[in-house]
Design a protein around this ligand. Structure first.
Ligand code: GDP
Ligand code: IMO
Ligand code: MG
Length: 429
């Protein structure tokens, strides 16, 4: 049995994955981002320094760890380089420390433009994307018009593909959105090649690297981005991201076989409540004082976009679904401290739909819209859990909360996170 581990979001993103990956990284040889792109914003706080990582894996702050951006990630090179600059105080040399898949697709400026046009055209039905060009970059990938890192090794080939890609984007803009945009292809071309020169030594066949590492028994920590409920196949479609952000994305995102990947453990990260940024169904969303209190206490404003996050009570119907489709071996509950001063805490254990009680997360948006959460109300603990590190210090009311999460999801809660800092957590299993 390999000791590799997957850390992924069990909700709608921003569960605290970055913090957890950073604190676990010392026990692993590799940390791997396998899907998404700079739509992700993973916060890591070390002492009084705060890092917001978008593309670089959250293991980068530790010495001696190999960090991989594998083929399933879509990479905006300018954002990758600016992020590399931001961690330069800890990383002098990226060679041997950061590896970038030659099969990863590139996000270009025209993808960002199309992201904006698509959102505008949707009007009140917009997804609320991060406008980072993620959807259009994955569209190009699946339309087989995308450009990969490997393509940059041959500037002539890259030039041809870039011209085709920009003219396709212009045609989409004109025909679909009735908009024209100007882009200087030469500028993008030379800019991209310049940026490529800076990362060239980091480019590798990361599928082979990972397969070799796993077969040798090295330990790999896989870092999911977004969350299960934003998964393109299993999330609240169409209010989702454009990649498989559940465990389903691990094989295609790394180029490693299910046989090897299947040996890793999977821990799902869940806040003690729920947040969502962007549009789409959210059965336990609160529009009252409790919702505002969660936002205030939890500082719920997006890492990537600064948008206020929508807040609500913990949804165990969604978490049960996430535990099943990810094959979760354990749950890590983050932001327990945010619930410290509520008299009552609610958790949804089922939904009521047209008079019937349902326990399985439905696919249809129309059904979801009419679902009313069936809540269990628990007594709050009204004392600080901030920074607790010992099991004995967990209030008994918080144990009741944990018990219900475990019962309803049939999955053990293995760790509690009790503050944003690297040191603020406690293993409970
Ligand atoms: P990610 O995208 O899943 O990595 O999560 P984000 O970084 O976008 O959002 C999580 C936010 O919660 C960040 O600001 C973290 O610093 C913070 N955070 C993480 N864990 C905890 C915790 O246990 N308690 C509190 N109060 N904040 C936390
Ligand atoms: P991390 O990794 C929270 C949401 C957007 C929008 C939808 C589609 O920090 O948890 P996209 O730009 O991907 O096309 O937007 O997905 N979204 C996230 N929400 N955390 C994220 O990442 C997200 N990445 C995308 O808000 O609703
Ligand atoms: Mg985030």
């Amino acid at each position: 049995m390999s000791d590799s581990l997957v850390i992924l979001g069990s909700q709608w993103g921003d569960e605290g994955k970055g913090k957890i990956v950073d604190l676990l990284a010392p026990d692993y040889d590799y940390v791997v981002r396998y899907q998404g792109g700079s739509n992700a914003g993973h916060t890591v706080i070390v002492g009084n320094k705060k890092y917001a990582l978008h593309l670089i894996p959250s293991g980068i702050l530790h010495k001696g760890k190999k960090n991989i951006i594998s083929n399933g990630v879509v990479i905006a090179l300018e954002e990758l380089l600016s992020e590399m600059d931001k961690v330069r105080d800890v990383v002098e040399d990226f060679e041997g420390k950061l590896f970038i898949s030659d099969r990863a697709h590139i996000v270009f400026p025209h993808h960002k433009i199309l992201d904006g046009l698509s959102e505008k055209a949707k009007g009140k039905n917009k997804v609320g994307t991060t406008l980072k060009g993620i959807g259009p970059a994955y569209m190009a990938k699946y339309a087989r018009t995308g450009i990969r890192i490997a393509d940059l090794f041959d500037p002539n080939y890259f030039r041809k593909r870039l011209e085709a890609s920009v003219s396709e984007a212009k045609e989409i803009a004109e025909k679909v959105y009735n908009q024209k945009f100007d882009l200087d292809i030469n500028k993008i071309y030379y800019n991209t090649l310049d940026m490529f020169e800076k990362i060239k030594p980091l480019v590798a066949d990361t599928s082979l690297m990972l397969d070799t590492a796993l077969k040798k028994g090295e330990k790999v920590l896989f870092e999911g981005a977004q969350g299960t409920m934003l998964d393109i196949d299993m999330g609240t479609y169409p209010y989702v991201t454009s990649s498989n952000s559940s465990a389903l994305g691990l094989c295609n995102g790394t180029g490693v076989s299910p046989r090897e990947i299947g040996k890793a453990k999977v821990y799902g990260v869940s806040k003690a409540y729920v947040t969502r940024v962007g549009a789409g169904p959210f059965p336990t969303e609160l529009h009252d004082g409790d919702g505002q209190k969660l936002r205030d206490e939890g500082h719920e404003y997006g890492t990537t976009t600064g948008r206020p996050r929508r807040c609500g009570w913990l949804d165990l119907v969604a978490l049960r679904f996430a535990a099943r489709i990810n094959g979760m071996d354990g749950i890590i509950i983050t932001k327990l401290d945010v619930l410290d001063h509520f008299d009552e805490i609610k958790v949804a254990v089922a939904y009521e739909y047209e008079g019937a009680v349902i326990r399985d997360f439905p696919a249809s948006l129309q059904v979801l819209e009419k679902c009313k959460p069936v809540y269990k109300t628990l007594k709050g603990w009204d004392r600080s859990t901030k920074g607790i590190k010992k099991k004995e210090d967990i209030p008994k009311e918080a144990w009741e909360f944990i018990k219900i999460v475990e019962e309803e999801t049939e999955t053990p809660v293995v760790m509690l996170s009790t503050g944003p800092e690297r040191t603020e957590y406690v293993w409970i299993k």
